[in-house]
Ligand binder design. Structure first.
Ligand code: FES
Ligand code: FE
Length: 377
C-alpha cells in the first residue's frame, strides 16, 4: 500500500521499519535528541549543590548537578583522563566534588579538574583544559532542560514558544505556576515500544472511547475521538456531573489559585517536541518525559504536581493520581500491543491515518525532515 493509492480520507503512516530499525534509532538519537532541548529532571530533584542526576540524552550520558552558587550545571558523564563514567548511579549527592572511581581524578562542581594523583609530577595536565565538558542548561516550569548541540536552538522558540502556541497565549500556562508546584507523585513506566508510537498515541484520541473508560467519563467529548491538543487553545470540558479530575469524578484537590474561570473545569494537553507532554487541570499538572532507550523501548517518567500545601499537608492524592496512571497504563499497553506489528511484513509499507488522526502526518513529516533525505522512509 502506498500513499498514492490511498483515498483522500486516509494518509499513510511511517513504514514499520521506522519503529524497529536500530540504525534509524541511532540517527534519531543524533539528529533529534542530541540536537534539541531535552527535559532531564525536576529542578527540585537537585535541591543542593552537589546533588546530581545522570540521564541518557541521545547516545550520551549527562551528569546534571548544582554548583556551589546553586546554578544548574550539566556535564558529559565522561572522565577526561581515560573516559570512565564518573557516576553510574541514577541520582545521589556528593559533598564538594566528583571523583572518578578509576584513577581518582577529581572535579569540582564547576567542572574544573582540582586534583589528580601525582598531578604535581604531571604539570602539563591543564586543570581547565581537562575539566568536565559542559552542555547548555535551562530551567523552565521548574524543570531542567539540556541541549547537547554545539550551537543550541532558541529555547524561547523551540520550547517556550512551542508550548505557548498550543495554548494560545503565554499567560494561559503561567497561570498554573508550574515552577512553584510540588511533585506529589512520580511514576516511572518501562514501555516496550518505540518513542514515536507513544507520541502518536498521545496526539490522537481516536482510541479514547475504546481504551479509556475512566477518562471519557470525566471528559465526555473525548468519546468522540478528537484530542484536545489538536485544536489550539481548546480545553476539554469536564462532564456535567464530574466534580474533579479524579478516577471516579469525585472532588479533586485545592485548585491552583491562578487558574482562570475559563480554564476551570477543563483539561488542556500540550506536546513539546521531542519528549515532553503536559496536561493541565484546575488542581494539578501532569508532566511526562520520555527517555528513548532503544528502537523498541522507552522509559516514561511522569510527575503529578500539586500546590505545596496539598502535598505537605498530606492530603490523599490516590483518586487524583489514579485517573492518569490508569490512562498511562492503558496507553502504554496499546503501544506495546502495536510494537510487534511494526516488525511484521504486513506493515513494511505502514498503515493508515483516519481523518481525526491526520495531524499525526505533520509529526511524521517533522521526523522525516529532522532525519534528512539520505534515509528515506
Ligand atoms: Fe577517570 Fe582515569 S579514567 S581518573
Ligand atoms: Fe490515550
Amino acid at each position: 500500500m502506498t500513499s498514492t493509492s490511498l483515498p483522500p480520507s486516509l494518509l499513510a503512516t511511517l513504514p514499520g521499519a521506522a519503529y524497529t530499525d536500530p540504525a534509524l534509532f541511532a540517527l534519531e538519537q543524533e539528529r533529534i535528541f542530541e540536537k534539541m532541548w531535552f527535559c532531564v529532571a525536576r529542578a527540585a530533584d537537585l535541591p543542593r549543590p552537589g546533588a546530581f542526576r545522570t540521564v541518557d540524552v541521545g547516545r550520551e550520558s549527562i551528569l546534571v548537578t548544582r554548583a556551589r552558587d546553586h546554578s544548574l550545571r550539566a556535564y558529559f558523564n565522561v572522565c577526561r583522563h581515560r573516559g570512565a563514567r564518573l557516576r553510574t548511579d541514577r541520582s545521589g549527592e556528593v559533598r564538594r566534588a566528583f571523583q572518578c572511581p578509576y584513577h581518582a581524578w577529581t572535579y569540582d562542581l564547576d567542572g574544573r579538574l582540582i586534583a589528580a594523583p601525582n598531578l604535581t609530577r604531571m604539570p602539563d595536565v591543564g586543570r581547565i583544559e581537562y575539566g568536565l565538558v559542559d552542555v547548555a542548561v535551562r530551567e523552565w516550569l521548574g524543570y531542567v532542560w539540556v541541549c547537547l548541540a554545539e550551537d543550541p536552538p532558541s529555547f524561547e522558540a523551540d520550547v517556550v514558544g512551542a508550548a505557548v502556541t498550543r495554548l494560545g497565549d503565554a499567560e494561559s500556562i503561567e497561570r498554573y505556576g508550574i515552577d512553584g508546584l510540588t511533585v506529589g507523585r512520580r511514576i516511572v513506566y518501562d514501555v516496550r515500544a518505540n518513542w514515536k508510537l507513544i507520541v502518536e498515541n498521545f496526539m490522537e484520541c481516536y482510541h479514547c472511547a475504546t481504551i479509556h473508560p475512566e477518562l471519557t467519563e470525566v471528559l465526555p467529548e473525548f468519546a468522540d475521538g478528537y484530542a484536545a491538543q489538536y485544536y489550539v487553545g481548546h480545553g476539554a470540558e469536564f462532564g456535567a456531573d464530574i466534580r474533579g479530575f479524579t478516577v471516579d469524578g469525585s472532588e479533586g484537590l485545592d485548585r491552583i489559585p491562578g487558574v482562570s474561570a475559563e480554564q476551570d473545569r477543563r483539561y488542556y494537553a500540550i506536546t513539546v517536541q521531542p519528549q515532553v507532554f503536559i496536561n493541565l487541570v484546575p488542581d494539578h499538572v501532569i508532566l511526562h518525559r520520555m527517555y528513548p532507550v532503544a528502537a523498541d523501548r522507552t522509559t516514561v517518567e511522569c510527575d503529578w504536581l500539586y500546590l505545596p500545601e496539598v502535598v505537605d499537608g498530606g492530603k490523599d492524592l490516590t483518586r487524583s493520581v489514579e485517573l492518569f496512571d490508569r490512562v498511562n497504563r492503558q496507553d502504554f499497553a496499546a503501544c506495546e500491543r502495536t510494537q510487534p506489528g511494526m516488525g511484521s511484513r504486513l506493515y513494511a509499507n505502514g498503515g493508515v491515518l483516519v481523518p481525526s488522526e491526520h495531524h499525526i502526518g505533520a509529526f511524521h513529516a517533522w521526523v522525516r525532515e529532522r532525519l534528512g533525505t539520505e534515509r528515506p522512509m
